[in-house]
Write a protein that binds this ligand. Structure first.
Ligand code: ATP
Ligand code: MG
Length: 256
């Protein structure tokens, strides 16, 4: 797969259609007489096996855009396609399948269940997805080890630090082995060592496990680890040149 995509990269051609395609999507919210434009006319192709970061100031529209990518919210204008199908046309049943099996979300607020242990928080989605007991336990232990929290497995969220809770929510998303992980500020609570460990993990998962990752961040020191960087400002998206990349290369891709 990586050979194919390397070849594609060399020729500038896309091998397969993007996993997610955003076409002229806008999302606004009405608050009384005021309209807030959170995402404005965004078009974006998310290709498989890419690690993409999204930077932007607080209130720039990062969470709103991730919610559109996840199908947790829909644009007022424009479309979001997952695997070539308009997310707005998915039935409730299909949406449930998508969220259980194909899209892993790491929420900015972690969204851990307070009465369950760290281990149980990671294992529950696997149970819901129908993964058998042996495989469940194997995967849960594996991802807890990946995020360095094996020794915290029995703790409940309130017994964990913010950064530990954050790592549990990352482990939970990784465990379901989704096609794509959409991670909202996944390193917001982490020190620089743990933050670069998590981004290293994301890098590794796109290379070795065929995953696709979109992560928002405020931390500019982490950006270079990504394959593509987008900046969002006032709801509008621009692609940024990677360090050492000729900015002209960015404009070879049709989505730019
Ligand atoms: N449900 C909502 N109702 C009204 N306005 C909203 C809603 N959700 C987001 N907004 C507004 O849309 C804009 C973008 O919000 P969003 O949460 O996407 O920003 P963000 O980039 O994720 O910020 P942060 O870095 O602080 O998490 C903000 O001005 C916000 O106030
Ligand atoms: Mg946000």
């Amino acid at each position: 797969m990586s050979q194919v995509s390397d070849a594609a990269e060399a020729t500038g051609a896309a091998v397969s259609p993007p996993l997610i395609q955003v076409r002229n999507a806008s999302r606004s919210f009405r608050l009384g007489s005021e309209t807030v434009y959170a995402v404005r006319n965004v078009s974006l192709d998310i290709h498989r096996n890419r690690f993409i970061t999204l930077v932007g100031r607080s209130g720039s529209g990062k969470t709103t855009l991730l919610n559109l990518l996840a199908g947790l919210d829909h644009p007022n204008d424009g479309e979001v396609f997952f695997d070539d199908r308009d997310l707005a046309a998915f039935s409730e049943k299909e949406m449930i399948h998508l969220r259980r099996n194909r899209i892993g979300v790491v929420f900015q607020s972690f969204a851990l269940l307070p009465l369950l242990s760290a281990y149980e928080n990671v294992e529950l989605p696997l149970r819901i997805a129908g993964v058998g007991a042996g495989e469940r336990s194997r995967r849960t232990q594996e991802v807890l080890e990946m995020v360095g929290l094996t020794r915290r497995a029995k703790h409940r969220p309130f017994e964990l630090s913010g950064g530990e809770q954050q790592r549990i929510s990352i482990a939970r998303a990784v465990a379901i082995q989704p096609d794509i992980i959409l991670a909202d500020e996944p390193t917001g609570e982490l020190d620089s060592t743990n933050a670069s460990h998590i981004f290293g993990l994301f890098q590794q998962m796109t290379r070795d496990r065929g995953m696709t990752i979109v992560a928002t961040t405020h931390d500019r020191t982490l950006l270079d680890m990504a394959d593509e960087i987008y900046e969002i400002s006032d709801g509008m998206l621009t692609q940024r040149a990677l360090e050492g990349t000729d900015p002209a290369d960015l404009f070879q891709r049709p989505e730019s």
